[in-house]
Design a protein around this ligand. Structure first.
Ligand SMILES: NC(=O)c1ccc[n+]([C@@H]2O[C@H](COP(=O)([O-])OP(=O)(O)OC[C@H]3O[C@@H](n4cnc5c(N)ncnc54)[C@H](OP(=O)(O)O)[C@@H]3O)[C@@H](O)[C@H]2O)c1
Length: 288
């Protein structure tokens, strides 16, 4: 299959392109080569590559900054996917678009199914939800994958931040009243590959299991100890969201129900704790 991946400089796109290249012809284009907000660049690049599938990993992902950069967030997260979807429809290509658990308000206490009513709390969440709607307005051959708490090779992420702070500080406060599921970009990439030819629609995908940010940080510190990493950290301190104010409101509970993905692909999903161990072993310590 010929596949075009957008936002290739990003964390997910780089893991995805590497995986897809083993079985497919992949054009992974960076923001410089392919700006999804530029209608003529979108048309030109898609016609040139002529892909059967486009995976849109390009996004505005600065959740807090989006509160003050509303129009930029909407331009990239809502208008960009619309541009891609419109050209996909004309060309008969499929669009796989990545979205987020932040489209939900987190008021539930059981995992969110695909048909649950979205109600974003932040500008970032609103812009991503508008992107989902725009894709569905423009084309019927779409797959929207909502995912959560991504980490992986490349960009600074929560794992790297905790590892770095644990080396420098004795005490580390971490929020324990936001519950979700960490997701390894390697596993999400496999899921995207498994969905390439599956029926169109919205799918939820994260790793299995549930954690607070505190639990996630605790597991990262455990992995550091297991790997013999030196650290100054003496205590991880659980704190409430209100003790760590941030410009953007986050859902208190955003666990995703993955039963549709598992039913349609027939694939099992690794638990987040196993994937974290794998990531730390494969990626982090390799560069010590
Ligand atoms: N990270 C998470 O925790 C998380 C959680 C749930 C869902 N998601 C979703 O997962 C997807 C991938 O996220 P990620 O963490 O891999 O994001 P990322 O590392 O921030 O990568 C996004 C990429 O998109 C590029 N980009 C921005 N504007 C663009 C434009 N106009 N045209 C083309 N490329 C553009 C960025 O380039 P520059 O860096 O040059 O701007 C960057 O390389 C996104 O849709 C995100 O909303 C992420």
């Amino acid at each position: 299959m010929k596949i075009l991946v957008t936002g290739s400089g990003g964390m997910l796109a780089s893991a995805l392109a590497e995986l897809l290249e083993r079985e497919h012809r992949v054009s992974a284009l960076s923001r410089k080569e392919f700006d999804i907000t530029d209608v003529s660049s979108v048309r030109k690049n898609i016609l040139r590559v002529s892909p059967q599938v486009i995976v849109n990993c390009a996004a505005y992902t600065k959740v807090d900054k989006a509160e003050e950069e509303r129009s930029e967030a909407f331009l990239i997260n809502a208008e960009g996917p619309r541009n891609l979807a419109a050209v996909c429809r004309k060309l008969g290509a499929r669009l796989i678009h990545i979205s987020t658990d932040f489209v939900f308000d987190g008021k539930k206490s059981v995992p969110y199914k695909e048909e649950a009513r979205p109600y974003p709390l932040s500008v970032y969440g609103m812009s991503k939800l508008q992107g989902e709607k725009n894709v569905q307005d423009e084309t019927t051959d779409f797959i929207i994958i909502r995912t959560s708490w991504l980490y992986g090779r490349g960009k600074d992420n929560f794992v790297k931040k905790v590892a770095s702070l644990a080396r420098k500080r004795k005490d580390l406060p971490v929020v324990y009243d936001q519950i979700g599921t960490p997701t390894y970009t390697g596993d999400l990439s496999t899921a995207i590959m498994n969905l390439l030819d599956k029926p169109p629609g919205i799918y939820h995908f994260s790793n299995e299991g549930v954690a607070s940010w505190y639990d996630f940080a605790h597991a990262i510190v455990e992995e550091m100890k297991k790997g013999g990493m030196k650290m100054r950290l003496e205590a991880l301190r659980p704190i409430l969201t209100e003790e760590y104010p941030a410009p953007a409101k986050r859902p208190a509970y955003s666990v995703l129900d993955k039963s549709k993905y598992k039913r349609i692909t027939g694939e099992a999903i690794p638990h987040w704790r196993e994937s974290l161990s794998r990531y730390v072993a494969e990626e982090l310590w390799r560069r010590r």
